[in-house]
Design a protein around this ligand. Structure first.
Ligand SMILES: Cc1cc2nc3c(=O)[nH]c(=O)nc-3n(C[C@H](O)[C@H](O)[C@H](O)COP(=O)(O)OP(=O)(O)OC[C@H]3O[C@@H](n4cnc5c(N)ncnc54)[C@H](O)[C@@H]3O)c2cc1C
Ligand code: FES
Length: 288
């Protein structure tokens, strides 16, 4: 019988089990429920787009939170946290100068090699923009390596729009370069000012000027959105191997030990949360 790995074992990367303390530099409300956090780690995180960290507060708890910035050489980590429960509520009360624990980065993430030279289509729903930004930023930083970038981003109402100013800056970049297209949608305007479209993120897909053979898709959003987006993409002639989905599951350990995150036999915290869809399409629980 093999011995149980322990954090003190030199063969085990301590970053798996031991949080590093990070200092909060900025906390900015983005909506009534979501706040942007910028924290400084003792060393660079060294993450890929689409990975996540386990964020903790001593005596309160720990939760998986997506990394919202592209790979970077400095020690900064950006996140957006929704006030959803016991830990996230306490996190919302923190101020610059206070500390949080960070384990990770964890998970598969997106591999930029899958996107180079392609027409990249990012379809985003709600909080999905948080991890998707970690892919969009490196694409925009080296736009000449991609054929084009289309971002379709939807949320329920104008009041729930995340990264409002930044998304408009991406839109302006599109007008300047001709290589970026941003389509912003809300389900309903709720009588608030809105300069985008009204409808679901599936609506623009049927008439989108893309070459299906040259397109690679990244999907981040609620599971209910995936089923309908996948139907539209299949109708456009895209195969499941051209589509990467970011799936979230309840997670506790983040390192393949507790089983909380399982999709059938697949550990979402390790093999996901980003999957090429053809590799999980056969799993009955994939899109639940
Ligand atoms: C890979 C991954 C990335 C995530 N990224 C982000 C992010 O960038 N920003 C963000 O705000 N949240 C993110 N989440 C969700 C976040 O982890 C949960 O909201 C958090 O665990 C809630 O903790 P809490 O103690 O505040 O709430 P609790 O008091 O534990 O629960 C409050 C409510 O949230 C529900 N809940 C708990 N965990 C989850 C979960 N994993 N998914 C959905 N509902 C949950 C509970 O059922 C309950 O209804 C992510 C989750 C995963 C798995
Ligand atoms: S979160 Fe524990 S096994 Fe995946």
């Amino acid at each position: 019988m093999s011995a149980t790995p322990h954090a003190s074992d030199p063969a085990i990367d301590p970053a798996l089990y031991l949080p590093r303390m990070a200092r909060i530099l900025e906390v900015t409300p983005l909506t009534a429920r979501e706040k942007y956090f910028k924290v400084e780690l003792p060393e660079p995180l060294g993450h890929r787009p689409g990975q996540f960290v386990m964020l903790s507060l001593l005596g309160v708890g720990e939760a998986p939170i997506s990394i919202s910035c592209g790979p970077r050489a400095d020690n900064m980590l950006e996140m957006v946290i929704r006030d959803a429960g016991s830990l996230t509520h306490v996190l919302h009360g923190l101020k610059p100068g206070q500390q949080v624990g960070v384990r990770g980065p964890f998970g598969s993430g997106f591999n930029l090699d899958d996107f180079y030279g392609k027409q990249v289509l990012c379809v985003v729903g709600g909080l999905g923009l948080v991890p998707m930004r970690s892919l969009i930023q490196p694409i925009l930083a080296q736009l000449d390596r991609f054929a084009s970038l289309t971002i379709i981003s939807g949320c329920r109402s104008p009041a729930e729009e995340l990264y409002r100013d930044e998304v408009r800056a991406w839109e302006r970049l599109g007008q300047e370069t001709g290589k970026v297209r941003v389509i912003r949608l809300v389900d309903r305007t709720q009588n608030l000012p809105w300069d985008g479209q009204v409808g679901l993120v599936t609506a623009p897909l049927s008439s989108l000027p893309i070459d299906p053979a040259q397109t690679v898709v990244a999907l981040c959003g609620p599971p209910v959105m995936y089923k309908f987006v996948l139907l539209e993409l299949t109708a456009r002639g895209l195969s499941h191997a051209q589509i990467f989905v970011d799936l979230e599951r309840r997670m506790k350990c983040g390192v393949g030990k507790c089983g909380h995150c399982q999709i059938n036999h697949v550990y979402c915290c390790q093999e996901g949360p980003v999957f090429r869809f053809d590799q999980i399409a056969h799993l009955p629980e994939a899109l639940q």
